[in-house]
Unconditional design. Structure first.
Length: 108
């Protein structure tokens, strides 16, 4: 069961990446801009996590699904991959909504 959480994150990220590639919503549309935004969002989300950990708003629990590698106290490696996934997901969602709104405006 070790690594199950990381596997689920990577599998989900693969699905988002395939949707991005299929409909060219973010990275496959404008790679440099999209990767820059993903990097900025990742730094922002990590900063929020670090602040929350510093203020003891949350900490790591015990779970057999975690690998056990910590990048910092209460910051497992799975958190980094989740933040990357969340950043990419946010950008793909934005791209999808932008395309949907532009399509519906053109049909009126």
């Amino acid at each position: 069961m070790t690594g199950l959480y990381l596997g689920a994150i990577l599998f989900s990220h693969l699905g988002i990446a395939l949707m991005d590639a299929r409909w060219r919503l973010a990275v496959w549309d404008k790679p440099r801009a999209a990767l820059t935004v993903i990097a900025i969002l990742t730094v922002l989300f990590i900063s929020i996590d670090v602040l929350a950990i510093a203020y003891e708003l949350y900490g790591i629990g015990e779970s057999p699904a975690l690998i056990g590698i910590h990048l910092a106290p209460h910051f497992p490696i799975e958190e980094l991959f989740f933040i990357l996934f969340l950043s990419h997901l946010s950008l793909v969602g934005y791209g999808a909504m932008w395309r949907l709104l532009n399509r519906t405006e053109g049909q009126q």
